[in-house]
Design a protein around this ligand. Structure first.
Ligand code: KG4
Ligand code: ZN
Length: 336
């Protein structure tokens, strides 16, 4: 059987298209929207406009690069949510129109599920059941993955996502958006024990990241009073200390989930899994606890259509299609 699927991702600030053939990703074209940098965060309306500008060139590039004609496509997939409504509407409308024009099935993909299924793009794949720490700009979850379609959230953030904590901390340091990768960069040269920030205690496997942002705000305000150049002089140590605190909070819950479930197949997904400190710590904990760890290739960590394509491939096999009345769901849940 020849299954060619075109997948489109437009949930936030990356317009992306990917072609997958029989479960093998042929390409993963991503247009990043730099317009948000000067505003210090994603501006929803600007994101929608940029998706509208980029969607056709990105899809054309994916098809040309894969040497696939539209008529060969078996289905069109798109991100249904979670994400920004206006941004999702662009990908949804585009996918619907193309599927309708070509007379082929339409597949609606859950963005968070897709982050997790990115583990099935390259070998080795985690064995079921596995735990996935899903860490992005909008979500922080520990998920028990039972199979390609069944997932259970064991714990999640009750306020900010960890990516948001990285980005908001970076903003307090005067760094441009998205600040997560910059904190990672400076942290590499700093001492993670230079400064101490309090971790917020939350019961069970849930997380909370809003307190640390406030703690950093007051810490910086006090230090800058004494030395106006405090941030500049200590940027590496500040970033290393913030990063360590956030990673400690993530790893504390992940270790607890592994202990409580007895699962030692451990995966990480979402934009923050690109963080070098988190990757390093996962290796250390894996050695200590006998875990097998799975970290997706860098290009499949942050938002991309490759992950939408692999999720769509499994949905195609399960004949999970939607009709043309489907609408985006900005707050789509992983379960149910
Ligand atoms: O999954 P993603 O691309 O988009 C969402 O679905 O949210 O995640 C984006 C988030 C941003 O908060 C960004 O700062 C963070 O991932 N991120 C990082 C790194 N690379 C991306 N955070 C820390 N270190 C990194 N290297
Ligand atoms: Zn994402």
């Amino acid at each position: 059987m020849n299954i060619y699927i075109l997948a489109i991702e437009s949930s936030c600030d990356e317009t992306s298209a990917s072609v997958i053939y029989n479960g093998k990703i042929l390409n993963n074209i991503i247009a990043t929207q730099s317009i948000h940098q000067k505003y210090g965060g994603v501006v929803p309306e600007l994101a929608s406009r940029a998706h509208l500008q980029h969607v056709i060139p990105v899809v054309d590039e994916a098809l040309q690069n894969a040497k696939v004609d539209k008529k060969q496509l078996s289905a069109i997939a798109f991100t249904q949510g979670p994400g920004l409504l206006g941004a999702l509407l662009v990908g949804t409308s585009f996918a619907k129109s193309l599927a309708s024009a070509l007379g082929i099935p339409l597949i609606a993909v859950n963005h968070m599920k897709a982050h997790i299924l990115a583990h099935f793009i390259d070998e080795p794949h985690p064995g079921f059941p596995f735990l996935c720490l899903t860490v992005s700009g909008g979500h922080t979850q520990v998920v028990k993955v039972k199979n390609h379609n069944e997932m259970e959230i064991l714990g999640q953030t009750i306020d900010d996502a960890v990516g948001e904590a990285f980005d908001k901390s970076a903003k307090l340091l005067g760094l441009p958006y998205p600040g997560g990768p910059l904190i990672d960069k400076y942290a590499k040269k700093g001492d993670p024990n230079a400064f101490e920030f309090p971790e917020t205690a939350v019961p069970g496997l849930n997380f909370s990241f809003s307190g640390i942002k406030t703690a950093i705000l007051y810490f910086l305000r006090d230090k800058v009073k004494g030395n106006p150049n405090f941030i500049e002089d200590n940027i590496n140590d500040i970033c290393a200390s913030i990063q360590k605190t956030l990673i400690d909070m993530l790893m504390g819950k992940l270790k607890r989930a592994a202990r409580e479930t007895g699962i030692r197949e451990i995966a990480v997904a979402g934009g923050v899994s690109a963080n070098s400190g988190l990757r390093k710590r996962l290796h250390t904990e894996a050695d200590k606890h006998g875990w097998n760890i799975y970290i997706p290739d860098f290009q499949y960590c942050t938002d991309n259509a490759g992950m939408i394509a692999i999720a769509a491939h499994y949905q195609y096999l399960a004949k999970e299609f939607v009709n043309s009345e489907i609408t985006p769901e900005p707050r789509l849940k992983l379960e149910g």
